[in-house]
Write a protein that binds this ligand. Structure first.
Ligand code: FES
Ligand code: FES
Length: 164
């Protein structure tokens, strides 16, 4: 089978890679780019732990052959995390006890980032819908939903202080 060269902008840096047909984004991120913060669970679009942003939209990276997203802008949990400290979404999850074993957490945070990019002031129902494709075996979800709403408030406060 013929390999192809694919270009993606990953966490702000343009990358070119030679991939076999059908290679998925999660495979590229973890095995080619060393970005293991994106988890690999079911490989079937059923758990959401592989969620990243593709052109600003939360998507399950195990379902995306990279040749179908040539030229896309991909953001992972590593790109979201500032050089120092934590992103407001990460702070909300940490302080709200919305993470236990942590396996789902990067996917939950990226699903939250996708929600807040298109809807900075989500309702509780919006938050539930945004994480509806993400499975958590540990928390019972309430703390995660609270953290999504808290993250929205923190992001708004951060933007207000930047604008001041
Ligand atoms: S690993 Fe992608 S949805 Fe489960
Ligand atoms: S914290 Fe363990 S799966 Fe969500």
């Amino acid at each position: 089978m013929k390999h192809s060269v694919v270009s993606l902008t990953i966490n702000g840096t343009e990358r070119q890679m030679l991939v076999a047909p059908g290679t998925t984004l999660v495979e590229v991120l973890r095995e080619n780019q060393g970005l293991a913060g994106t988890r690999r669970g079911c490989d079937q679009g059923a758990c959401g732990t592989c969620t990243v942003l593709v052109d600003g939209k939360a998507m399950m990276s195990c379902l995306l052959p990279v040749e179908t997203i040539e030229g896309a802008r991909v953001e992972t949990i590593e790109g979201l995390t500032p050089m120092q400290g934590l992103h407001p979404i990460q702070e909300a999850f940490l302080e709200g006890f919305a993470t236990q074993c942590g396996f789902c957490t990067s996917g939950m945070i990226m699903a939250t980032a996708g929600l807040l990019a298109r809807n900075p002031n989500p309702s509780r129902d919006d938050a539930v819908r945004a994480i509806s494709g993400n499975i958590c075996r540990c928390t019972g979800y309430e703390a995660i939903i609270d953290a999504v709403l808290d993250a929205a408030k923190r992001m708004q406060a951060a933007q207000r202080s930047e604008a001041a």
